[in-house]
Design a protein around this ligand. Structure first.
Ligand code: RTP
Ligand code: MG
Length: 138
């Protein structure tokens, strides 16, 4: 069954010129780009996107990071797109969890500056697509 997922190449990925490599990995995996746009998150968008983490100790620093510069927002489509993207992203902690061969395992050292976001469920994907690409919602 085909599904959609919302992906961000976070500001660290743009700053480090890793956008091309990350998009190439997405394409080679076989996922289809449905939308792709450079955006700079407002505080409101960042709070909405990461609402589930509002009570976490790292929330303030996460908001500061995600609004710190341009990021790439994308919608990907394909069979099991949500799990497929999280597989190529690797685990949240890029050293303890992400393995080599994944985006985070290959390029990241720090749990906050971990380069990419991918929706974690169909409900999250629908909600997040509505935040970043309201024209695609529904
Ligand atoms: P994401 O939501 O960005 O795809 O990442 P994720 O599912 O792998 O991880 P999640 O638990 O949802 O955390 C969201 C983002 O918050 C930052 N974080 N910092 N300092 C910390 O301990 C910490 N923990 C999480 C990361 O940028 C993480 O991706
Ligand atoms: Mg998450």
């Amino acid at each position: 069954m085909t599904e959609r997922t919302l992906v961000l190449i976070k500001p660290d990925g743009v700053e480090r010129s890793l956008v091309g490599d990350i998009i190439s990995r997405i394409e080679r995996k076989g996922l289809t780009l449905v939308a792709l746009e450079l955006q700079t998150a407002s505080d409101e968008v960042a709070r909405g996107h990461y609402a589930e983490h509002a009570d976490k100790p790292f929330f303030g620093s996460l908001l500061e990071f995600i609004t710190s510069g341009p990021l790439v927002a994308a919608v990907l489509e394909g069979p099991r797109a949500i799990a497929a993207f999280r597989q190529i992203a690797g685990g949240t902690d890029p050293v303890e969890k992400a393995v080599p061969g994944t985006i985070r395992g290959d390029f990241a050292l720090n749990t906050q500056y971990n380069l990419v976001h991918g929706s974690d469920s169909p409900e999250s994907a629908e909600r997040e697509i509505g935040i970043w690409f309201p024209e695609l919602a529904g």
